[in-house]
Design a protein around this ligand. Sequence first.
Ligand SMILES: [Ca+2]
Ligand SMILES: [Ca+2]
Length: 447
Amino acid sequence: MFFLPDTTYPGGASSRRGVCSFLRARRSFLVAGIAVLLSLGVIGLAPLTFSNKQEISQLSTTVDALKVNQDNMRQLSATVDALKRDQDALKRDQDALKRDQDEVTRDQDEVKCDQNDIRQLSATVDILKRDQDALKRDQDALKRDQDEVKRDQDEVKCDQDDIRQLSATVDVLKRDQDALKRDQDAMKRDQDDVKGDQDDMRQLLTTVDALKRDQDALKRNQDALKRDQDNMKRNRDDVKGDQDDMRQLSTTVDALKRDQDALKRNQDALKCDQDDMRRLSTTVEALKCVLYKERKQTATLEKRLHEIKQTLPSCPEGYTMWRGTCFKAFDTSKTFSGAANACGADGGTLAMPQDAETNTFLASLSKSVSHIRAFWFGLHDRREEGRFQWMDGSALGSYRSWAPGQPDSHDGNEDCVLYPTSQKDKWHDRNCHQRAYFICQAAPERP
Ligand SMILES: [Ca+2]
Ligand SMILES: [Ca+2]
């Protein structure tokens, strides 16, 4: 059988867990036993089918065993009942323990509160002790003061006694003094009679002394006045110097004022200049923008010009373009025919100034090469005297620029025309074999 103690379990929770596992094991064992018995009962019905005795005896043994098992079952049932009771008792004990635990917790909280109260009380007691010490010190100080007061009181009492004695002595002295005064008054009356004569003498002497003192004082006053006069004179000189300084200062101040005004005017002018500078700066910025645009445009135009030049016809080297024709003044001397051949070698002819503008241009071109040389150009009357024609065979038109008296076909042998050394834009007919510089013209070349 299983028995439980009545009240407490020193092992606590671990003991209770051991008991519970034990109960569960016993319950499993009980269930297993019941199962065995039931199987044996089923088996016990079998012998009816057996005939031999051996089997019957075996069955008898089995029945006995079953009876024993039945007894065991009963014992187990009793054990289970006892265990249930023990379990109930354990539960009750557990509840009691829980209640005890709660009470202990509450007691613990109360103890904590009490501990806090004790700490506060301890702090209060410390404060009270410190107050008590301070009070003791104050009490000692008061006792010392009291002792001093007592000593002062004793001294005052001694002084009072002395004062009383002094008062008595003073009364005696007063009486003596009154007696003395009376004697003194008598003496004075006698003395006054003697003094009457003496006073007159003394007054005279006093008057003389006073006069002497007045004289000395007058002298001192006189010296002081002289010193004052000297001081005054020096002060006057100083004042005069200060006045001069003041005048100079005034002049300086006026000059400074004028300078200030001039500075103000300069400042105003500078401000105006500054404004102008600002405006100029703005204008410059605007101009820079314009300049930038212009430059850009110029670059574009130059580029375009370059492109156009690439496509335009150009003059041979050394020739200058004039109204779509190229001209060149040569600085070598040739006959008219030699000059014409030289121009032909360049792909052109001798120049043909068929209008006033071209004539002026050619005169200028020849002068750029030489001022003192004559220049052939392409006009002649070699085919028929008096009938002038250009190098391309066309007849001389209405425009002509003969020098006065020309053409004169001097000696009947002048059939070629040139610009003479003087009057470069005027024409002269000359001997074609004469040597002169010359001017060629050519058509521009296509690139
Ligand atoms: Ca002629
Ligand atoms: Ca001539």
